[in-house]
Ligand binder design. Sequence first.
Ligand code: BES
Ligand code: ZN
Length: 860
Amino acid sequence: MSIVDREVLPTNVTPLHYDLQVEPNFETFKFDGAVSVTLKVNDDTVDTVSLNSIDIDFHTAKIGDVENAEIKLDNESQIAAIVFPKGTLAGKDEVTLDIKFTGVLNDNMAGFYRAKYEDKKTGKTKYMATTQMEPTDARRAFPCFDEPNLKATYAITLVSKPEFTHLSNMDVKEESVSNGKKVTTFNTTPKMSTYLVAFIVAELKYVECNDFRIPVRVYATPGDEHLGQFSADLTAKTLNFFEKSFGIKYPLPKMDNVAVHEFSAGAMENWGLVTYRVVDVLLDKENSTLDRIQRVAEVVQHELAHQWFGNLVTMDWWEGLWLNEGFATWMSWYSCNEFEPEWKVWEQYVTDNLQHALSLDSLRSSHPIEVPVKRADEINQIFDAISYSKGSSLLRMISKWLGEDIFIKGVSQYLKKFKFQNAKTEDLWDALTEASGKDVRGVMDVWTKKIGFPVVNVEENGNKITFTQNRYLSTGDVKPEEDKTLYPVFLALKTKDGVDTSLTLNKRSETIELKDADFFKVNGDQSGIYITSYSDERWKKLGQQSSLLSVEDRTGLVADAKSLSHSGYTSTKNFLELIANWKDEKSFVVWEQILNSISGLKTTWLFEDQKVTEALDAFIRDLVIKKTNELGWDFSSKNDSFATQRLKVSLFGAACAAREPKVESVAFEMFEKYVAGDKKAIPALIKPIVFNTVARAGGKENYEKVYNILQNPTSADEKLAALRTLGRFKESDLLERTLGYLFDGTVLSQDIYIPMQGMRGSKEGVEALWKWTQKNWDELVKRLPPGLSMLGSVVIISTSGFTSLEAKKQIEEFFKDKSTKGFDQSLAQSLDTITSKAQWVGRDSDVVLNYLKEHGYYTK
Ligand code: BES
Ligand code: ZN
């Protein structure tokens, strides 16, 4: 698509400054607004001013004293064209457009919206008024030029009853109370994009951290604010670190973080006023899982990284979204690695982001990192694993290639050059080329502009090794016309002498000769975005040489072996043999990859004969039992390192999931004590595992117990665990009950996907969920926020659990006569996922069965 195809505003005027005032009304759920936009006139012969607006009532629109002749509202393009009498702009360089309007304080978590909550003290229902603008919902809050490169300054004023706190991007300039109304005017912002504007009117309290040169706070509704200290401290530390790393000061006079009760994403990086889902910013560390602690840390650092990547320097247009999200992701790992070296986050990166990237990008319906997007309903769909995970994987690859110091130096030059402006991907390449002297652009263009990634096939002939690259698809059915791209592949060949970083495979195929081919591994430390396929003998050998491999290497081998069996490049037997050999593995990261991969196989075999799935459980029990017994299940020890805790938790969880009787009974015992009133009986680290174990056993009695926990949780984390667990019961009446909670007010719209995720663990759950989705489709569409990707996530969750082509056909049938606007990509990806699973079971069900029989796991 060329730039002309984008649905953008006409350029006869461009905004310079907005004076914006809003006053929410908590009775009518509307808000009154007034906006004065100073416009630069680029073409004074045009008398129409077009700007974005949706669900807004215009009262008056004026330029000076001249009132509009007509307003044409187009809901499809979300543009309001304000027509002025001929000559209104003639001879003017600048004019001010004044609009008075009323908007809806909606409950869709988009634009200026109301978020419901229960008052801690009185139990009464209350509301907070807050904003979520990204990507294209600022136009619901005020008429504006809602494109990322139409930067302007903002002076915002909020009006409400005096008991409310007012917050916006900037600090307060003036505040007054008169006639029972509080009026707060904020200082003018620097030049910024519309999607970063934020304002909040709510009852709030805060905690703060004074370790940074400007005020750093975490706000929450009264009674919860003390849980914000962890994030407040981390905010101060992170701002300090990024300022030093980039050599650029955080330019605003304060940094607020706010816990918002109903929130569609995890968090939003609004400049100076970051908003969060409650559980992603408030933390009760002693009562949380390790995953939760790491998640909060990641989210906070991610949003703070955006203050530079996105807020200070913004992508020119949404197809550069990866510059925002890829960088924020990479940077949060970078800072976290500095703060918490024990967490070994870069090792975890391989099981986490890299696998997410490869998994989505191995579908035909994936997209290039830089993908042309033109309309609102396309923009929200690229907030996906390609922009976040493939984007950050690419940055990880570059940083390893250039060296981290040079990478940071180049990145900092890029930020300095484009601050308060917009940038394109090429601008980044140019800065990195300048800093490194390497042809960064030449190498990286392919990676951002082309879809997919390669599988590198390694063929051995004595010491001669031939590398061949082809496009990889998890369906294993690449057509010649889909296999035209040649990616620049850093081979990073690891031998006993170390890693040779000089080898790049630019052609289809290349042969080199090794001095000694006893040990070698391609893609050292798994720094490249590709999969490596070896011969059966080499897989065996690598399985025995684990002492020569880094954690990242071992993790990568497990993940690659699984992907290759999935797509049919190798037999599933190679994968099973590899992991069966690594029962003594010490790293929690490698273990987590092993367990993820095998559970990927398990979910693909979900609809197979129960005898086979039971045999798979027996295989898993055998895999984990030795290490589980060795480490035990005392989770209270203060002496355990982070790594030991993580490993204990993972193994305990896997053993429970595979129904290891001894471990299961430990979990049951804890649960019984817990519901009898001993709130310390389940260690916080394994609460979700224990709940799941109970759900696996099933029964109405257990369901009631979990439901009671959901009603009276001791922490937000516990509530989430209980909610997910309700989806894990397999009995049809219990599944019905859980599904009933999705719309009756028990489950908030923001959490709807959580019990749904629980249902993906059983075939009964997958079927019940899909039936429910079809029945409730219209209501779902109505409830889920228009600008965000939530509907797409729900479609994926409720369809991709299937494993057969018949089910796929049924799903296609259902959507055939429905509009798939806003989630067509998600649907296509889900269907591709089902195809790939159907092909895997179809191809290898005998292989797996025979393996399980031969090793005594399958018994008649
Ligand atoms: N900019 C996004 C929030 C967002 C997501 C806005 C989707 C519009 C559509 C924010 O920076 C973000 O990426 N949040 C993540 C957390 C992060 C740790 C990956 C999220 O919401 O989960
Ligand atoms: Zn982000």
